[in-house]
Design a protein around this ligand. Structure first.
Ligand code: ADP
Ligand code: GLC
Length: 491
């Protein structure tokens, strides 16, 4: 099968969150299974790869894209795929170069041309296929940044019969970000007489919504866990798209993300102080020691250490910690290590917490893959009390690393962590239901109490490490969906 996978993030070259990890691991699994993949990614200025390895693709030079009043010139570049099981079966990674849009700091921005940056990514994916004479069976779009592709194929590119059998899939990684822009941008979409296809009520309200457009026109929709697929059909989680999603429920599939074992495996992880496994857990303590030293907190290997690695966004449930953590740190002998960047109020919260409890709290403000790996390995518990969580990867990484997750029962967290019961010995973590400080307080104290009983703690650790979150089965589910979508008439 030929799959054109369009994404705004890619591990390790351009990462903000889990979309980057998925955009590497899923195409990689599909390619290893013998399928042909072209991944299309913007050529960001900060791309973390040796630029001497990136080369222009002759057929993809000087392509003009008319976006209403403007004409932009784009170029395609080949970039090596990072390490993979079998390099002869790696996906192609093609970068979209357009300096006026991507030669700037950061991946996402707050500038008024954000709509144009990702319109151009979407147009580029289609234009590149044309120039390469490569007809994808599936255009796999991810989040609002490539959600216009289904509409573009029905309008701007409708004339091109090379796509007449192609189908589109839109994966929703996070419905909290929809790409909503003022309706004046509609003329830049340059829809050639197909403007009526845009959501008319939105236009009347002065808006164009990229994600909604994708939800309306993609042949099939997926999201990254079965529970989130159900949740987004409700007003509590659908962020205004619940009715449309509910109408399309027969074509909305929840497929859980997986873990890339070449990146997240405590037995082989080169970023750890010591490697370890389910049969040899002792070296995990060396990671704890290094973590506490690096984070400049009092090293006590007997005290439980709570870890956090996260975008500092309200989605992740930090508001619940405002009450719970100061009290916890006052009353119990715990350590807390936090890695994250994002909203100022959460940066302030963790900075203050560090000042109040300098022996117990470590906070690294920023992005660091090395520290992320060390937190997963060196902590005893991982805290993720999300308000909503489409899938979440860190709770899966944690389980693989013998670090027990404390989570709220929502989205992918509900699908990947089960409540530990000391009586039966079943369960992989500590799960609370309602998004309240009391819920988080209850789950954290429960976890700390179980920690004080080594026999029980060892059980919950081992249960987590025995979980299989590999991509193989998940990639198979995507393949089945691709096949099913191809066997059906277009939307
Ligand atoms: P989301 O995509 O909503 O941010 P996920 O749990 O799916 O949440 O994925 C987050 C990914 O980003 C994980 O791989 C996590 O380790 C990584 N990550 C988040 N913040 C940081 C950070 N500050 N430094 C390093 N890695 C981070
Ligand atoms: C989003 C979600 C996260 C998910 C990731 C990858 O950023 O917030 O839950 O794991 O995408 O699908």
């Amino acid at each position: 099968m030929k799959i054109c996978y369009v994404t705004s993030e890619f591990t390790p070259y351009a990462k903000v969150g889990g979309l980057a990890d998925v955009s590497n691991a899923l195409p990689s699994s599909l390619a290893q299974a013998g399928h042909e993949l072209n991944i299309i990614l913007p050529f960001y200025k900060d791309l973390k790869v040796d630029h001497s390895l990136i080369h222009p693709i002759a057929d993809l030079q000087d392509i003009a894209i008319d976006t209403g009043p403007d004409r932009l010139i784009i170029h395609g570049y080949r970039c090596p795929f990072p390490k993979t099981q079998d390099p002869s079966h790696a996906p192609n990674l093609i970068l979209v170069r357009c300096d006026s849009l991507f030669e700037r700091d950061g991946i996402y921005g707050n500038t008024s041309d954000e709509y144009l940056r990702f319109l151009v990514l979407s147009r580029a994916a289609i234009e590149f296929c044309q120039r390469l004479g490569w007809t994808p069976d599936i255009f796999h779009c991810n989040d609002w940044q490539s959600a216009l592709i289904p509409l573009l194929l029905r309008s701007v590119y409708e004339w091109d019969k090379m796509f007449s059998q192609s189908r589109t899939i839109l994966t929703i990684h996070n419905i909290g970000h929809q790409g909503v822009f003022p309706s004046v941008i509609a003329r830049h979409l340059n829809l050639h007489g197909y403007e009526h296809l845009l959501h008319q009520a939105d236009l009347q309200h002065g808006k164009v919504n990229y994600m909604k457009t994708g939800v309306l026109f993609a042949d099939a929709l997926t999201t990254v866990s079965p529970t989130y697929a159900r949740e987004i059909q409700t007003s509590e989680y659908g962020v205004g798209l619940e009715e449309l999603l509910s109408k399309r429920r027969d074509n909305l599939h929840g497929i859980l993300n997986g873990i890339d074992p070449s990146e997240w495996n405590p037995q082989t992880d080169p970023l750890l102080a010591a490697n370890y496994s389910i049969n040899n857990l002792k070296p995990k303590l060396k990671n704890k020691q290094r973590l506490l030293e690096n984070m400049k907190v009092d090293v006590n290997l007997q005290s439980p250490t709570l870890g956090i690695v996260s975008r500092l966004a309200s989605q992740k449930g930090f508001d619940l910690m405002f009450d719970v953590f100061p009290e916890l740190l006052r009353t119990r002998d715990v350590r807390l290590v936090v890695l994250g960047s994002g909203e100022q109020r959460y940066i302030d919260f963790f900075t203050n917490l560090r000042q109040m409890f300098p022996d117990k709290v470590g906070f690294y403000h920023g992005f660091s893959n090395e520290i992320a790996h060390l937190i997963e390995a060196g902590s005893d518990m991982f805290v993720m009390p999300s308000q909503y969580e489409p899938c979440g990867l860190n709770q899966m990484y944690s389980q693989a690393y013998g670090t027990v997750p404390i989570v709220r029962k929502t989205g992918g967290l509900a699908d990947t962590v089960s409540q530990f019961d000391p009586n039966t010995g079943n369960g992989t973590g500590f799960v609370f239901e309602h998004f309240t400080a009391d819920g988080l307080r209850w789950a954290t104290h429960f976890a700390l109490d179980v920690f004080s009983s080594p026999k029980h703690w060892n059980k919950v650790v081992v249960n987590g490490m025995q979980q299989d979150f590999s991509w193989t089965a998940q990639a198979q589910q995507y393949l089945e969906l691709y096949k099913k979508t191809l066997s059906r008439p277009k939307l």
